[in-house]
Write a protein that binds this ligand. Structure first.
Ligand SMILES: [Zn+2]
Length: 149
């Protein structure tokens, strides 16, 4: 996925939360920026590797690392007991989840994309590369649009 796609996803998760429950105030600039930042921080691992293509081999593209960060943020939010900071952490976490989902969903093939779902037990990159299924879902979606437009 490109940084532009991750920025868009980070923005959209905040807007989805705002649609579901507007009283949470997820349409504020600070919350949106936290979501966009979370959706892009994972790819900062591109600065930690020699070849940019290998950036998904770092701990940043693992599920276990971010679950640990979520638990850490949850503990800090509980300790601070500040609603605004809790919302910032939640938006940041949703941005991260959107990044992991997109990297998992949009992998282009073996070795190109995917995330390390089972790290540290396995260094394998997992992705939804069931091309037949994706084609089927995309065609069904566009057929759905044609029928109900
Ligand atoms: Zn990524």
């Amino acid at each position: 996925m490109t940084p532009f796609a991750h920025v868009t996803a980070g923005y959209l998760v905040t807007q989805a939360v705002d649609l579901i429950n507007p009283s949470l105030g997820f349409n504020s600039p600070e919350i949106i920026i936290a979501g966009i930042f979370g959706a892009n921080i994972i790819d900062f691992d591109v600065f930690l590797v020699k070849k940019p293509i290998e950036h998904r081999n770092t701990i940043f593209h693992t599920l276990i690392f971010w679950i640990g960060i979520f638990i850490f943020l949850f503990i800090i939010a509980n300790f601070l007991n500040n609603q605004f900071i809790t919302k910032l952490f939640l938006s940041f976490s949703l941005g991260i989840i959107s990044h992991l989902f997109l990297d998992w969903y949009a992998a282009r093939g073996k070795g190109v994309g995917g995330i390390r779902l089972l790290y540290p037990y396995s260094k394998k990159h997992f992705a939804i590369i069931i091309f037949g299924l994706i084609t089927f879902l995309n065609r069904s979606f566009f057929l759905f649009l044609k029928i109900f437009r």
